[in-house]
Write a protein that binds this ligand. Sequence first.
Ligand code: FAD
Length: 410
Amino acid sequence: MLSHIVVVGASAAGLTAAEALRREGYAGELTIVGEEARSPYDRPPLSKQILRGAWDEERIVLRSDDLLADLDATWILGTAAVALDPSARKLTLADGQILGYDGLVIATGATPRRLPFGHDLAGVHVLRTLDDTLALRDGLRGARSVAIVGAGFLGAEVAAVARELGVAVTMIDPLPAPMIRQFGTEMGELLTQLHASHGVDVRCGTTVNALTPGTGSDLLGSAGSDGAERGSAGRVAGVELSDGSRVAADLVLVAVGASPATGWLAGSGLVIGDGVECDQYCVSAPGVVAAGDVASWDHPGVGRQRLEHRMNATEQATTAAKNLLGQAIPFEPVSYFWTDQYDVKIQVYGRSGDDFDFRIVAGDPAEGRFAALYGDGDRVTGALAWNFPRQARTLRQHVADQTPWAAVSA
Ligand SMILES: Cc1cc2nc3c(=O)[nH]c(=O)nc-3n(C[C@H](O)[C@H](O)[C@H](O)COP(=O)(O)OP(=O)(O)OC[C@H]3O[C@@H](n4cnc5c(N)ncnc54)[C@H](O)[C@@H]3O)c2cc1C
């Protein structure tokens, strides 16, 4: 019988795990530790409705104060966990507190990767938290141009919002087209067209060599939201690309992916690879489970996986919580991910990308609505819908059933 469970990370996965523990009848002490001082909030709207200014902050709060109180948990917010000793079952917090536990949920998510240069300049942003979004939104309001480094889903979504706000956008990526890693070459070409048709200068196949500061000669001289004058030496004024070109920019967003937030687990003895390594039950060590963006687990049908998907945070946290309480449920979801860019919603189930075959099975890109399947030559591995939610749900079944590829590619 567990008597004190600690959840580290107070966001989508951490909150869901805490709720699942209570739902499953866990009545012991529950402590939730979170580095951010805010109550749990949802991240997907950060690069969409919040950045655009269409929603206010209250809309992304994940639970009301009443529902949070119903959890009967002790919340330690604004304090990071800094060390773990799983054999002694002790967790150390940044303020020096040491918490004993007999069950632990690791749900610390991921942190944005940075470039090895340029982040000391005003006007250079990353995007992970609400505070990041509010700073970027303020910056975009006063900006004429933004350079977005990285054309993954985050970069592409911000490019779309920036264009809607009337800001000139250059989007830069070393790969040949946006989101190729996630969706493959054919989709990358369609996304290039989508962004170009909205006026984005898509610079793919090139990297950023430097972020360049201003020289103090910008006659407009207006200040950014951080107070630094446009064109000033302490503020970014552009980027230098590996193809030799330069792009002027009042603002730079670095969106080059995220790393699992495992730094605090150094020396813990837990196996850390690309995330906290877990077995198929989301168990990392006796009494320790992990869920969400930080967790790498052994998917029974697919092999080792780490997903940065909102739905995965919920599903994995629910399974991990049940298993912490003694159940043994393998975690084998059909993963789901979506992205919104301009008036396009792309939904993806399962595994997709350049390693897989790709075949459009319904609709037509020229009509702005289609659905496609991905396969490994043998079986269907993934399904994608572009403004076609009904087809997304239908095709999901092929992914779940692992329909033979030959049956859908004839
Ligand atoms: C801008 C943005 C847009 C997105 N859009 C989409 C989308 O359209 N579709 C989609 O499927 N997914 C999207 N995602 C991904 C989705 O939001 C994540 O998969 C989800 O938030 C993961 O939840 P999590 O709880 O695992 O991690 P997180 O939400 O990152 O939460 C982890 C929490 O742990 C805290 N923490 C970290 N280290 C410590 C520590 N040492 N001690 C205590 N607390 C700690 C962090 O401060 C954070 O609050 C988006 C993500 C971002 C950032």
